[in-house]
Design a protein around this ligand. Sequence first.
Ligand code: HEM
Length: 370
Amino acid sequence: MHISHNDVVDPALYADEARLHQMLSELRRRDPVRWTEPSNYQPFWALTKHADIMEVERQSSKFLVGPRNRLKTIEEEERVRGKTGGNALMRTLPTMDDPDHRKYRNVTRRWFQPGSLKALEPRLAALAKEYVDLIQESEGEIDFVKKVSVWFPLRVIMLILGMPEKDGEMMHRLTGQLFSPDDPDIARQTEGHAIAEAGAELFAYYKDLLEDRRKNPRDDLASEIANAKIDDAPIAVHEALSYCVSIMAAVHETTAGAIAGGIHALSANPEQFRLLRSSPDLVTRTVEEVLRYVSPVRTFIRVAVDDYELRGKKIEAGQSVVMIYPSANRDEEIFEDSQAFNIQRTNNEHIAFGFGPHVCIGLALARAWK
Ligand code: HEM
């Protein structure tokens, strides 16, 4: 397979799992730390090995997120710079380095610990039952992505933030426009910058919610964020609003993809589906295997502070590395028969939640389905 510089960022290729994994296997074999210069993106090193991604992720003082953390086209980067003077519309955990990263992560850390989530379990279970009932009532056919996989996590996160149920439709529309701007079903009809417009509407919504929670704190995540202190001073408004929006991001790119991808993997592997039905105690391993096999978060970026040698390649100070999680999670050096979907897999050390100081803060919640 010939692999061009543009292939590594081609959305069409990422939508074709078979071709994607053929490309990633070849990159792992032939050039696992590959200099890549796509036509409409700033250049980067593409990392495809599990060990290399972990090596970068664990060294958060040598590889920063502040200068660049997500793959954006040059055009999108310029629009963001024009609006903010920086490289991100919002100030969220994935865009912060220490010392700020640690301070802001501490604001919600307690909320996402398994102990705190335990208290929510009955409400989460009731919500899950609503969607199981919906599937049962659909008599054999349902648009699973539109009706279940996006909605269920959206409502879970709304419940955790403390948002009223009636705002669901609006949240669904706005978060869709912000995080899946190219989806023709939900794209915003505008001549302007669709992402920034949806972001501004979300900010206006959360501004009211946070003001209310400052006056009337409750036992919800919005109250925790609204009343947080950073260096003994109240959290800044922009950071508090960004925090709420970034928590909503967890629905679109991650949990919805994992749920839908998991159902897809089970349907494409009917013998695994049968096995799960006959041995429900395999559900925990199934969740981990779905996370590994689907790897819903595709990439994150780090920027080298100093020159760094990785697998014999010299990454120069200021250059970016793109960590391709679906590749790490099919690395044949780590996973036996790595392309197979196997719900009995043991020692499943996938990094679908990332690794190191930025590891997903919501991982216990995401795993709460098991
Ligand atoms: C299947 C579901 C999920 C997957 C696969 C996933 C994956 C990830 C990944 C790969 C990262 C980046 C880690 C890194 O840079 O090393 C991340 C970060 C993050 N995730 Fe998740 N996530 C999921 C669900 C959630 C949920 C449910 C929430 C919260 C409600 C959440 C909130 C966050 C936040 C706030 C960060 C930024 C952490 C930081 O930079 O310190 N995620 N997630």
